[in-house]
Write a protein that binds this ligand. Sequence first.
Ligand code: AMP
Length: 213
Amino acid sequence: MNVIIFGPPGSGKGTQSQNLVNKFDLHQVSTGDLLRLEIKEKSEIGKKIEKIIEQGDFVKDNIVNELLNRVITNPKYKNKIVFDGYPRNINQAETLEVMLNSNNQSINFILFLKVSREIIEKRILGRIICEKCNKTMNEYFNEKEIVNHECGKNYLKKRKDDNQAAIITRYEEYMAKTKPVLDFYSTRSYFHEIDGNQKIQVIKGKIEDILKV
Ligand code: AMP
């Protein structure tokens, strides 16, 4: 199955994607992670997008679509993808359907995590990520988990775009460009809205119930 996890920045898409990967043997495809990897590797794409991401703006569609196409055409990922952070505008949503169709694939579930603006801010500002195992933790909500993290504190990093100024831009980009994608999808039978304000384990349970059907 292919799943899209949809929601504003900080809604928990990454965390829930990781749960799905473990539970249903899927692959998380986070365009944010793919783009950050390009920056880390200092590739041609990486050099072009570093400032854009830091400021919270969207990377150009042709760049993101090209990265996505590499994944969709890879047999290893066929019908086993959790799309996290893609599509982010109508053009990407349309492109995704074309790319999937031409590879004999489709979308089986669209999960929308609905979260209040206030919670988003806390989740983003408190977010801390382990570079080694990719686990996301939060210093406001669970400091103990950070202190006891098995990889040790040397790998724990904050994202450069997790600051107040970039949050405002990212949220505005979401409202202007990504929210319209909701209308594009919301009438489909496999679209599910989930209250993303709840605790991680509660959301996880709800998502698993939907996907088990
Ligand atoms: P994320 O990790 O999903 O929060 O994405 C981090 C940043 O990467 C975003 O603020 C954008 O700058 C960029 N990005 C990620 N996915 C996309 C996408 N589908 N389209 C355009 N830009 C993206």
